[in-house]
Design a protein around this ligand. Structure first.
Ligand code: PFF
Length: 469
């Protein structure tokens, strides 16, 4: 416990440290892997527009709520909800389940990234650009498990050592580096063009237009709600909200830090990286495979980026190496935040040491993640969930993603809004935001969202997520 407290205090000495650490948790595979494929599945432009509007209304309200609850109570999620109201302690428990589910498959995708980095080192870029390279890899029996274990072990090692501070220092270089690289690759991607075997030429600029310009053609009410649903759940996932993580991080923040500013910066950074990552992936998919390639779901980034790297010629190999190293770090800062939450909570419950807890958590999740890996071979099935894109199917990994992101997160978010909006009232949060005479400019907007807009819209979306319409 002593150890944990020291780490907590030394973590966020100022608001920059806090913003970086929170951004480290927020910016990860959600931005670079998940956002682009959802944008592609939902036809680009309209999804982006909806996402940006939601980010600065909904995202802002939920991130503010989580961080302010954390700082006000000074406790991690489970205890924090209990402190607000004894009857609502269950919400803390519920929010513990989400990171637990996410970690089972986050480590699998982290393993894919690790595999790609290693492959770029030992082979050349044309090998990875081969059709079916990705499918052959994830369906093979051993390799995905080994790479998953490497990624998970790295995560566990960092948590085991408790060196959040080291990771933070690292984030200072990695995050800006990643951003610059993504921008450079995106520029390269939109300047590509390709002529397929039918003689049809597609350009990156056309792809960029598809990505940015909203297209309302063929958008039915149901399709529109699907887009809003995907965007909302992606937003929560990407910001790491509605799962206790930002509450815990908020509890480490000093009272003199301006929370409004921090929330805005975290959001700006997180949304910026996501949109740029999409700009790197979506036009590329369009150039090389046309509109048909857009629905390929979880594998999209692993299929499209190798093609773009390969078209760079000899430097493609090195761009591939550097890119995947950076993504590993972005993914690690996120997976560490997930595992840290699980380990910290277990330490409090079972009164066990950090090291022992980290080892046990590692062992449990290693087994669970092996099962997820097997979802692509021994346990392969093709399910159609209410949220599956047209023509697509869901495997075990997608099912876990569905449970955590489309079911649990909206439920937690609705309940949090009811608790804050109606039971303790928004002033509970507003007071915390205005601590030390800081002006909370968006407080009227905040109250309206938490009390009315969010609970109503989220309930409609939940109905959509379970397939009611
Ligand atoms: N926000 C992270 C990302 O976008 O990759 C993922 C994540 C981190 C999800 C922490 C959940 C979490 F608790």
């Amino acid at each position: 416990m002593e150890n944990k407290t020291t780490i907590k205090k030394s973590s966020f000495t100022g608001s920059l440290g806090f913003v970086l650490a929170a951004a480290g948790s927020a910016v990860g595979l959600g931005n670079i892997w998940r956002f682009p494929y959802l944008a592609a599945q939902n036809g680009g432009g309209l999804f982006i527009l909806v996402y940006i509007i939601l980010a600065f209304t909904f995202g802002f309200a939920l991130l503010t709520t989580d961080i302010a609850i954390g700082r006000k109570t000074g406790k991690s999620a489970i205890e924090a909800y209990g402190e607000i109201s004894k009857k609502w302690k269950f919400l803390g428990w519920l929010s513990f389940i989400v990171p637990a589910i996410i970690l089972t498959y986050y480590s699998v995708v982290g393993g894919w990234i690790t595999k790609y980095m290693v492959s770029y080192i030992i082979s050349d870029s044309s090998t990875l650009a081969r059709d079916n390279y990705f499918t052959d890899f994830i369906t093979s029996p051993i390799s995905p498990i080994i790479f998953m274990l490497i990624f998970l072990a790295l995560t566990a090692l960092i948590v085991y050592l408790g060196v959040e501070k080291g990771i933070e220092k690292f984030s200072k270089f990695i995050m800006p580096g990643l951003l610059i690289l993504i921008i450079a690759i995106a520029i390269f991607a939109v300047t590509r063009s390709y002529t397929d075997e039918n003689g049809v030429t597609r350009t990156g600029l056309q792809g960029m237009a598809i990505y940015f310009i909203p297209n309302f053609k063929g958008v039915t009410v149901s399709k529109f709600f699907q887009i809003v649903l995907d965007a909302t759940c992606q937003l929560f996932y990407s910001l790491s909200v509605a799962m206790g993580i930002m509450i815990t991080y908020g509890s480490y923040v000093k009272k003199d830090c301006n929370l409004s500013k921090s929330v805005f910066r975290i959001e700006l950074f997180d949304t910026g990286v996501a949109i740029l990552a999409g700009l790197m992936v979506v036009p590329t998919v369009y150039v090389f495979t046309g509109l048909d390639g857009m629905n390929s779901g979880a594998g999209l980034m692993f299929v499209s980026l190798p093609k773009i790297f390969n078209s760079m010629g000899i430097i493609g190999k090195y761009v591939g190496i550097v890119f995947f190293i950076m993504v590993i770090f972005a993914a690690l800062t996120s997976s560490v935040s997930i595992m840290e939450t699980l380990v910290a909570s277990c330490m409090d419950w079972f009164k066990t040491s950090r090291k022992k807890t980290a080892l046990i958590v590692f062992a449990i999740f290693a087994v669970l993640a092996v099962v997820i890996c097997m979802g692509y071979n021994v346990l392969y099935f093709e399910a159609v969930l209410p949220t599956t894109a047209e023509g697509g199917t869901a495997q075990l990994l997608d099912v876990m993603d569905y449970i955590s992101n489309y079911l649990l997160m909206p439920i937690i978010a609705i309940l949090t809004c009811v608790l804050i909006g109606w039971i303790v009232k928004p002033k509970y949060i507003i007071e915390e935001m205005e601590l030390g005479g800081v002006k909370f400019k968006k407080k009227a907007l905040y109250s309206i969202i938490v009390k009315f807009v969010a609970p109503v819209l989220l309930t409609i979306l939940l109905a959509k997520a379970i397939g009611l319409f």
